[in-house]
Design a protein around this ligand. Structure first.
Ligand code: B3K
Ligand code: ZN
Length: 871
């Protein structure tokens, strides 16, 4: 397969001013698409006068300025069409035919439960018609849909509805016009039997916007929360960013078959049902949070993505990193900022750090790709957001907003690059952000090694900072980054000392952002009258790994006293990391494991802090995950990781049994109230710890909670508490849950994911059995991810020493690849930590990957991931 390089970018030779599309839905399996494009030569291009169109649909006809072109007048190739000798300005009519039902890739126009939907980002439009399918070609679109009125009563597309009528006896038509220029990836169409929840929003300038959320009839009672989230998003973007919605209507459509979370098509967002539907009895608190965040994310794209879009796909983080930053801030402003920050950092560490240390590591602005769909990654999104956050940390809210304003002033209506964004931030603030560019070009997680030095005589404290970044595939010898390092110094009383750097006239606040720019650099604080405990990387001010040699008692001191909530949590994680590593070494050496009292007492203090936010406490009390631990060691034996982590959890359950019991009792809630989420999470954590004891009552309590709870958070909390216990209560709950929810696809996904993440023996057999369950199908991405994705993250069973887990998942990857390459490629990425594993498992994995690679007709998607893994 062909590799595309960022350096090869050339402006398009031809631009499209206007495109009028007509979708003639003849029957389920046959749609005719007529496209009329008004095209002119791009004055910026020096390329030959050959029009290049991307496409793969069945081509019926090509007509240039009214003349039908004979096949000799153009060249058709595997990826499109080249028409030589075209004039400087002309009209091109193209007709294609597609079969949406046969399209199981869910990319382009596809069928789902009898309805039609589209997904065009990044390169799905070319499966519909022949077009310059690249984001720097921005045109005005109109869309006419003609279809059977009974089968497809609802016909939607981007922009405003301008007309509708009867086409013939059975068929009707609707025409939509989008007044804003857009690239083809933002095109959308939906046709079918759907119902809408309708509402409206009045913008800050007083314009009325119609709001519609479309679902199949059975789901209509689960969209009220999403509607509220749309309004909150619109209002937040007006107040925090000064950005107002720009069309008269904003529509969301929910579909059960969807490759990712949601898609920001102009005026017509299409969502995975899992990212819209939420009702207390079917969705957990985490689901509600996710729905609100994704609604916000797609809405915020209207400005950061749609009004200003990407010049080419290498610039994807321009819109994604920025929009993730915006949705994170939205959630932080609406709910608990510290809890949100900790959750985001946990996710980054668990999913992005491994990616950045593995075979597919890439910069947030990659240099090359084989299949662009493989680059919608944790790196481009989440690390991309951390990079945007660093501008915010360096410039402050006011400076950041100045940069945003200049960015829109310069680039509204354009397709631009990450460098354009960086230039707007720099120019609006008159600062130099040249070195900062390395965050865009270098992959890998930087390491900060910090040492503290106290001089009692000079009353000064110096932080010696050393930065480095590991080599990644294709990149060695990294240059130093410009890193904002937020620090504080705690005095003996636990308060922040006022910070005054040598050379400054007066002391300042208790948190200071240091600009680390050199490979080695020192920062001296003066007027420090006592040996302080440093608090480093407050708020996680940069996406780096940090090393500092705190003593255990200093870590528990920070856990109890740091004024920065994130740093309190981080101190606990650092403490746990040290402990887990020591225990892994003990276990490998055959020594008996022991849980040190200091760690237990630090957690006891957290549990006993009745003033603290329960959601924050639950996070403080959670150990690094097994995936996190894998990243802490050089050579991993998954079995050992599991054993050691379980040992700590069992020890904590036992040593703190009184405190867990108390937390369980104190955080009981009566009738379901959304705002009690923090209490539910602490209560359910306590319950899960208590079921580790030999007592019978926690098992009985979990069973009761599972059967009687009035909300899904508590039901799932109980199911999770029982998941790894081989007891009758578990059997009972699982049976009743599966029969109660067999008709609810999203709840069944939760069930499948519990089955596949169990730690009990025989999981592989249970997963295989689940694949035969009537509610399961590999064709539905949510199902595949719930069962196979969860199994691939199951440290104990996926990594079974006999290789059975690897062989099974490889079989499923091959089966999936023939159905949906995007989903297959995500699943096969679960093999990407191969090089971390001990030799035997590595060899077993290698064999399976080679088997996949040898398969004829493998998709580009899977080929790219597997070949990089094996390289
Ligand atoms: N922009 C889409 C992602 C498209 C993914 C294509 N494989 C959703 C989002 O980031 O909002
Ligand atoms: Zn996005």
């Amino acid at each position: 397969p062909q590799i595309k390089y960022r350096q090869d970018y050339l402006p398009p030779a031809y631009l499209v001013d206007k495109v009028d599309l007509t979708f003639d839905v003849l029957d389920d399996t046959q749609t005719r698409v007529r496209s009329r494009m008004v095209i002119h030569r791009n004055p910026q291009s020096t390329a030959a006068n050959v029009l290049q169109l991307d496409g793969s649909a069945t081509l019926l006809s090509v007509v240039l300025d009214g003349d039908q072109l004979q096949p000799g007048a153009y060249q058709q190739h595997a990826d499109g069409l080249a028409i030589p000798d075209v004039p400087d300005s002309f009209i091109l009519d193209i007709e294609t035919e597609i079969d949406p039902v046969a399209n199981t890739s869910l990319n382009g126009l596809y069928g789902s439960s009898g309805n039609l939907y589209t997904q065009c980002e990044p390169e799905g439009f070319r499966k519909i018609t022949y077009y310059p399918d690249r984001p720097d070609v921005m045109a005005k679109f109109s869309t006419t849909i003609i279809a059977d009125k009974q089968k497809y009563p609802v016909l939607l597309s981007n922009g405003n509805k301008v007309g509708e009528g009867q086409a013939d006896k059975k068929r009707h038509w609707v025409k939509w016009v989008d007044p804003y220029r857009k690239p083809a990836y933002l095109f959308a169409l939906v046709a079918g039997k759907l119902v809408a929840l309708k509402d409206s929003y009045t913008t800050v300038s007083g314009r009325q916007v119609a709001l519609e959320i479309w679902t199949v009839a059975a789901d209509q009672d689960k969209v009220a929360f999403a509607m509220g989230a749309v309004k909150r998003s619109m209002q937040w973007d007006e107040t925090r960013f000064g950005l107002e919605y720009d069309l008269d209507i904003y529509m969301i459509v929910a579909v059960g078959d969807f490759n990712m979370g949601a898609m920001e098509n102009k005026g017509l967002n299409i969502f995975n049902t899992s990212a819209v539907l939420a009702r207390q009895d079917t969705a957990t608190d985490a689901d509600f949070e996710r729905v609100e965040a994704i609604i916000g994310h797609e809405y915020f794209h209207n400005w950061t993505g749609n009004r200003v879009t990407c010049r080419d796909w290498f610039q994807l983080s321009l819109k994604e990193g920025l929009t993730v930053f915006r949705d994170q801030e939205f959630s932080a402003d609406l709910h608990s900022r510290p809890v949100k920050r900790i959750e985001d950092v946990k996710k980054l560490r668990q999913l992005q750090f491994p990616e950045d240390a593995g075979p597919t590591a890439h910069a947030i602005r990659p240099d090359s790709y084989i299949e662009m769909n493989n680059f919608y990654t944790m790196t481009v999104y989440e690390k991309g957001s951390e990079v945007v956050r660093m501008y915010h940390t360096l410039l402050g809210e006011e400076g950041f907003q100045k940069g945003m304003k200049l960015y829109f002033q310069r680039h509204d209506g354009q397709a631009v690059t990450c460098d354009d964004f960086r230039a707007a931030m720099a120019d609006a603030n008159g600062v130099d952000l040249e070195q900062f560019a390395r965050w865009y070009s270098q992959a890998g997680t930087p390491l900060l090694q910090v040492r503290g030095e106290y001089d009692a005589v000079a009353r000064s404290y110096t932080l010696h900072v050393k930065q480095s970044c590991p080599d990644t595939p294709g990149q060695s010898g990294k240059q130093p980054y410009h890193i904002p390092l937020a620090v504080g110094l705690l005095g003996r009383d636990g308060q922040d000392l006022p910070l005054q750097l040598a050379g400054e006239l007066a002391p300042g606040a208790g948190t200071r952002v240091l600009h680390v720019r050199a490979a080695e650099q020192s920062f001296t604080f003066v007027n420090i009258g006592e040996l302080p405990v440093p608090s480093l990387l407050r708020g996680f001010s940069a996406p780096v790994r940090l090393q500092f040699d705190w003593r255990d008692d200093e870590l528990s001191f920070l856990m109890a006293n740091d004024s920065d909530a994130f740093a309190r949590w981080e101190a606990g994680q650092a403490y746990a990391e040290r402990l887990l590593k020591a225990l892994l070494a003990d276990h490998a050496a055959g020594r008996t494991l022991q849980l040190p009292a200091g760690f237990v007492e630090a957690l006891r203090a957290v549990l006993k802090d009745h003033a603290a936010d329960p959601a924050f406490k639950a996070l403080m009390l959670s150990l690094p995950s097994e995936a996190d631990i894998l990243e802490m060691v050089d050579v991993a034996d998954p079995g050992h990781i599991h054993t050691v982590r379980e040992f700590v959890l069992n020890g904590l359950a036992q040593a703190l049994r009184g405190e867990w019991h108390e937390a369980y009792n104190l955080n009981q809630t009566q009738r379901y109230q959304p705002a009690d989420g923090g209490r539910r999470s602490l209560k359910n954590l306590a319950l899960a710890m208590l079921t580790r004891l030999s007592d019978a009552w926690p098992l009985e309590a979990a069973e009761k909670q599972c059967l009687e709870a009035d909300n899904m958070t508590d039901q799932m909390g109980a199911m999770l508490a029982l998941r790894d216990r081989d007891v009758a209560e578990r059997e009972n709950c699982y049976l009743s849950f599966a029969s109660r929810w067999q008709g609810d696809a999203l709840v069944m996904d939760k069930f499948f994911s519990l089955v596949a993440s169990s730690q009990l023996p025989g999981v592989l057999e249970h997963v295989k059995a689940a694949m035969q369950h009537p509610a399961f199908t590999l064709k539905n991405p949510n199902k595949a991810r719930a069962l196979l994705g969860s199994f691939g993250r199951n440290m104990l069973h996926f990594h079974a020493a006999d290789g059975s887990g690897y062989a099974f998942l490889a079989d499923q990857v091959l089966a999936l690849d023939a159905i949906n390459p995007q989903v297959a490629s995500r699943i096969v990425s679960l093999f990407n930590r191969r090089q971390k594993l001990e030799a035997q498992r590595q060899a077993l994995m290698t064999r399976e990957l080679e088997r996949i690679l040898a398969k004829d007709g493998l998709s580009k998607d899977v080929y790219e991931i597997v070949s990089k893994n094996l390289a």
